[in-house]
Design a protein around this ligand. Structure first.
Ligand code: ADP
Ligand code: MG
Length: 391
């Protein structure tokens, strides 16, 4: 995404030039699925795929919004009346940020904002957080007040964007997506402790080790997803209660989950406990000595595949298109692969030696054709920089 492309869209919809262009990336998650609401660890990184917001100030108390991905709409929203429920559809992600900023005591300027993105929407790469974070940067940096022009701290901005999604849009998501978009560094993954909100950068440059990360958009979304998410959360809470801890984060030995009599709860808990361990194992490997790199990436691949088995068999949130993509990728030379995200749809993340990239794509495409499924979409996942101003 470029500032020029964003400015061109702005000019076409609103006339004139924007005052600025901001960009916020989508994200992938290397390890740690359904660990966030169990107070555990996640290890996301920002993608090169991103959302831009080209914006200019107005003086009429309104927010005007358009998006290249929603060509039929120009939304006009009165800032004064903003409250959850007043805006629905895609505009809620941006309007919600304006609302959450105001609720946090920040002044929000009237503005026209033109949105554009190459993050596929609804594929689990967090196009929603990219939209929120691009809007949040635009709205806070368009109007630095004369007196206290200091930028809003990134951690606080992430919490504000999350609040927009949780309370204004109405999606009960964790802090990972907005943190990854606002706080990631190129060639690093972001280790987040979802209990303390401590975060640290972990060197992560697969290309330097002759590998690449491939995202396979399975193009599938199976219906149980919503009820499935709530049910998993409830099961994890119940498992923690029965084990006598405030959250599953506090169980560090997977053998302790054997104390759960119910086999379903036992499996759910085992996934959370082992996935937390895998996040810390991957972190340890990446922080290890560079000479060990080829082994490091082989080992990370093994952990990815192990995580897939755990998500499929213990947490039971995988879906046929993901299982087939993982299987085909491994057979064609991937070091490891797993489903990513909440489950029942979205992307598979595969770690692939450079030379196997073509064969892996070919094998996954062939498997999908054999099943008669919609062809998968492939994206390179390159650990990239956080949200920023482009122009
Ligand atoms: P994900 O975050 O995994 O991509 P979500 O369902 O959380 O999926 O968010 C997708 C929604 O976010 C879209 O349906 C749309 O409402 C909104 N959205 C994301 N990117 C854009 C965009 N560029 N323009 C308009 N709306 C967008
Ligand atoms: Mg989302």
């Amino acid at each position: 995404m470029t500032a020029e492309r964003a400015a061109e869209l702005f000019k076409g919809r609103f006339g004139g030039a924007p005052d600025g262009v901001w960009l916020a990336p989508g994200r992938a998650n290397l390890m740690g699925e359904h660990t966030d609401y169990n107070d555990g660890f996640v290890l996301p990184f920002a993608l090169s795929q991103a959302t831009t917001a080209a914006a200019a100030r107005r003086t009429d108390g309104r927010l005007l919004l358009c998006s290249r991905q929603e060509p039929d709409d120009v939304l006009e929203i009165a800032l004064a009346g903003l409250a959850p429920g007043t805006v629905t559809g895609w505009g809620a992600y941006a309007a919600g940020v304006a609302w959450a900023l105001r609720s946090a005591g920040y002044q929000v300027p009237s503005a026209c904002i033109a949105i554009d993105s190459d993050v596929p929407a609804g594929a689990g790469l967090s196009s929603s957080a990219a939209l929120e974070c691009a809007t949040a940067l635009a709205l806070t940096e368009l109007a630095p007040s004369e007196l206290d022009g200091a930028p809003v701290p990134r951690g606080e901005l992430a919490a504000i964007a999350r609040r927009a999604e949780n309370e204004f849009v109405g999606v009960p998501s964790g802090i990972m997506d907005q943190s990854a978009s606002l706080l990631s560094q190129a060639d690093h993954a972001l280790l987040l402790d979802c209990r303390s909100l401590d975060r640290s950068q972990v060197p992560f440059d697969p290309a330097a080790a002759g590998s690449r990360l491939l995202l396979i958009n399975t193009r599938a979304r199976h219906d149980l997803s919503d009820g499935g998410y709530g049910r998993r959360r409830a099961e994890c809470e119940e498992a923690a209660r029965l084990l006598g801890v405030s959250s599953l984060r506090d169980i560090t030995d997977a053998a302790d989950t054997a104390r759960l009599a119910d086999p379903v709860l036992r499996r759910r808990a085992r996934h959370v406990v082992t996935d937390n361990q895998r996040v810390l194992q991957v972190t340890g490997l990446l922080r290890g000595s560079p000479e060990d790199r080829p082994d490091t990436y082989r080992e990370i691949g093994r952990l990815l595949t192990q995580a897939h088995s755990s998500l499929r068999d213990d947490f039971e949130i995988s879906w046929p298109e993901a299982d087939a993509a993982v299987e085909a990728a491994l057979a064609a030379g991937a070091l490891g692969a797993r489903m990513m995200g909440g489950g029942f749809g979205g992307c598979v993340l595969a770690l692939v030696p450079e030379a196997a990239s073509g064969p892996v794509r070919g094998a996954v495409s062939e498997a999908y054709a054999r099943h008669g499924w919609t062809a998968p979409e492939f994206l390179d996942a390159v650990p990239s920089d956080h949200a920023r101003r482009l122009a």
